[in-house]
Ligand binder design. Structure first.
Ligand code: GDP
Length: 434
């Protein structure tokens, strides 16, 4: 999917436009300079094409002067996006900061579309001509407040979309992402995995996508570690700020089947770990929790159990994920990771024949009768698996409203007990059919 990044000075209306395009009015939009924005990453759709949208204004660099922050945001946009949407304020005219950022964008050779925001009525239209002087082509008048002009602007953005590609997951290859907050040891872990015996790394350059992933083969299984760019080189621009590292993690998840959520064993679980683990869970990928730096803590026979408890409590939603205690530094148990990745990838792709699914569901129902509402009882007619990656089941019922959260959870657990779904989320969806 193409990626579009929004850049622009504070308070030009980036998050309003972001929310208009993404279609969910989650961020708080106020006409106050520097208002806090939380959502910086979303999905938009235009002319039947989905694309990613990044609001770089949400990535702030504390204590940097404004101009420097904008430069860094523009750099991120240049690094992450296929197309850049530069937003300016039609009421202010061209400012020095607009010019500065335009220069950076101009040199990047990425396509740039200029949206002149706050052009709320036709009389204001002539104000857009000023913005030709930025040298980036035709400025598009828009009004985030009224939703005007956004379609025309998106038409222009769309015209730069690359030709459709049919996904980038190769068959027979396990794509896995290594995510976690800065300094938990992701890079060290990737290097330890790649440095294992009998791992054959094939750094095939080619498209830009391949260049940021690392392909390798072990025991005749092909793997690809997604988004190793920032990890394997020094500098790690991608971890300049917490927000940016979360953004990178979210994007990596999209191209993975399995994800390693790395925790720092020395520091334990903090709030940011939970956030990242939450994204991993929501992505529907297979998940392994890796506790790294296990060499660095003093242990007795209860330490591992205590840490396991802490993880199970902190990441209750990841109860299906196995936990590996490793040290990237001493290589302790690093060689156990790939077999688990392989197993979980298989579970994630598992397909159960319909008659077997039905046997399990019928058994479950006989153990624990279906819920009722008033005089109406949930009746399950049959169930079938409709998708893999993650395994997704549809149960056909008399009334989907009667399948409450707790009973759905019970059916999920019954399916889990019957099959080897370790490491993968599963989904149970109710559909009406008599
Ligand atoms: P990243 O930011 O998540 O990629 O983390 P790095 O791989 O750069 O590691 C951060 C720091 O933790 C570095 O100083 C590493 O040397 C150190 N580190 C990484 N793995 C281990 C480990 O298993 N044990 C110990 N003691 N230190 C580690």
């Amino acid at each position: 999917k193409p990626t579009v990044a929004i850049v622009g000075r504070p308070n030009v209306g980036k998050s309003t436009i972001f929310n208009r395009i993404v279609g969910e009015r989650i961020a708080i939009v106020e006409d106050i300079p520097g208002v806090t924005r939380d959502r910086i990453y979303g999905e938009g759709e235009w002319l039947n094409r989905m694309f990613h949208l990044i609001d770089t204004g949400g990535i702030t660099f504390d204590e940097e002067p404004l101009l420097e922050q904008m430069r860094q945001q523009a750099e991120i946009a240049i690094e992450e996006a296929d197309i850049i949407l530069l937003l300016v304020n039609g009421r202010d005219g061209v400012t020095a900061a607009d010019e500065d950022v335009s220069n950076l964008l101009y040199r990047s050779n990425k396509p740039v579309v200029i949206g002149v925001n706050k052009v709320d009525n036709l009389e204001m239209q002539p104000q857009i001509y000023d913005f030709y002087q930025l040298g980036l082509g035709e400025p598009f008048p828009i009004s985030g407040a009224h939703g005007r002009g956004i379609g025309d602007m998106l038409d222009e953005v769309f015209s730069y979309f690359p030709a459709k590609d049919d996904g980038d997951l190769e068959p027979d290859t396990i794509h896995f992402a290594v995510i976690g907050r800065p300094n938990v040891g992701k890079s060290s872990l990737v290097n330890a995995i790649l440095g294992e015996e009998r791992v054959i790394v094939s750094e095939d350059a080619g498209t830009t996508r391949d260049a940021v992933d690392t392909g390798f083969t072990k025991d005749e299984q092909k793997y690809r570690i997604v988004d190793t760019a920032g990890m394997r080189k020094r500098g790690k621009v991608y971890e300049k700020t917490e927000k940016y590292s979360v953004l990178r993690a979210q994007r990596a998840l999209e191209r993975a089947n399995v994800v390693l959520v790395v925790i720092d064993g020395e520091e334990g679980i903090i709030e940011q770990d939970k956030k990242i683990a939450g994204y991993a869970h929501e992505s529907g990928r297979g998940v392994i929790i890796v506790v790294n730096k296990w060499d660095a803590i003093s242990k007795d026979e209860r330490t591992m159990d205590a840490f396991t408890d802490q993880i199970r409590k902190g990441f209750a939603f990841l109860s299906y994920a196995p936990i590996a205690f490793v040290s990237a530094k001493t290589n302790q148990r690093v060689q156990k990771i790939l077999p688990v990745v392989q197993r979980i990838s298989e579970n994630h792709q598992m397909h159960v024949p319909t008659h077997v699914v039905n046997d399990v569901i019928l058994d479950a129902v006989s153990m624990n009768p279906t819920p009722t509402s008033g005089t109406k009882r949930l009746r399950i007619n049959y169930a079938t698996q409709v998708a893999v990656g993650p395994p997704t089941f549809v149960v056909f019922v008399n009334d989907p409203e009667l399948l409450h959260f707790s009973y759905r959870r019970f059916l999920e657990n019954s399916l889990r007990e019957a099959f080897a779904f370790e490491g993968t989320p599963i989904k149970v969806i109710a559909r009406k059919k008599n």
